[in-house]
Design a protein around this ligand. Structure first.
Ligand code: SF4
Length: 298
């Protein structure tokens, strides 16, 4: 079906509002994960770690009450968009609407502009530019709706991204060794307690994309449906929390709130493993549009 022509204007407004909401309103699953972290540190009698967790939760409360941003880093805008297969959308216009929405959020809120040319470091001033916002498109059969997830990916955590093409013979032990090495290398820089996203399989670029999806768009408290992968998520979370890095790197049992793994099949002689970290902010906002541009917030 052809969606209403107003849908592209509605997408622009939703993109603007998602960007701002994600920076102000921490998702409920992340709040719950932080509260669990506070309880774990209290049980250990770790006053420094408990104090940091309390400060983080207080930061969120102040942002709620004063409608301020939770952190100064307004990130690079990343969208995951699932388009209903029944909708005859102009995908170029859809992406253009998301780009305009990000520029409007930056001008109207206003937000700190972060987007620069990689060589000249010249600002675009709009939080948009070549390849930005990042838009990951997917399609849902038998649906006439558009599902949007938005994350302003902050730099402290995004800089902690790693890829290794392991030898297949290194197996699960090799994957665990590499992931824990990445966590030690990251230390306090991604603002722990973190959400660790891991991409397994595919090609190198697919693995990185899966790691980003796992760190950014998976809700805390969920497991990968594959039982072997879910078991590895639990084992890695235990290992990471045994490192003692703790909240903000000052020691404790809550280095990570979650380890999320997404995977794809790979080549018989490849074993790509990618790691992408999300900070305690776990910023993410979600909404859904129908074919007439009516919005439901999640
Ligand atoms: S890593 Fe996250 S919490 Fe830390 S400064 Fe960056 S956006 Fe803010």
């Amino acid at each position: 079906m052809k969606p209403s022509p107003e849908i592209y204007d509605a997408l622009e407004v939703v993109a603007r509002d998602l960007y701002i909401k994600a920076l102000q309103d921490i998702p409920p699953d992340v709040r719950a994960g932080l509260s669990r972290g506070l309880e774990a540190e209290k049980q250990q009698g770790n006053q420094t770690a408990s104090g940091i967790m309390l400060t983080i939760l207080d930061n969120i409360r102040v942002a709620d009450e004063q409608k301020t941003l939770v952190c100064q880093d307004t990130g690079l805008p990343v969208f995951k968009v699932a388009v209903g297969g029944k909708l005859d959308m102009d995908l170029w216009r859809l992406k253009d609407s998301l780009r305009k929405g990000c520029a409007r959020a930056t001008a109207e809120r206003p937000l700190r502009p972060n987007t620069v040319h990689p060589l000249t470091r010249k600002h675009t001033g709009t939080n948009t530019g070549e390849g930005i916002p990042v838009v990951k498109l997917d399609f849902v059969p038998d649906s006439d709706r558009i599902e949007l997830q938005m994350a302003p990916k902050g730099s402290g955590s995004e800089n902690m991204s790693f890829l290794k093409m392991l030898n297949p013979s290194e197996g699960i032990q090799g994957i665990k060794r590499f992931v824990v090495q990445c966590i030690f290398e990251s230390g306090a820089r991604p603002c722990p307690p973190m959400i660790v996203g891991i991409g397994l399989g595919g090609t190198s670029d697919i693995a990185m994309g899966l790691a980003k999806e796992a760190s950014t768009f998976r809700h805390l408290g969920t497991h990968n449906p594959d039982p072997d992968v879910a078991k590895l998520e639990d084992e890695l979370l235990d290992l990471i929390n045994q490192t003692g890095i703790g909240p903000q790197g000052l020691g404790g049992v809550t280095t990570a709130m979650a380890v999320n793994i997404e995977w794809a099949h790979t080549h018989i002689s490849q074993n790509p493993v990618a790691v992408n970290i999300q900070c305690w902010r776990g910023e993410r906002a979600e909404a859904e549009l129908d074919a007439y541009g009516n919005v439901s917030w999640k």
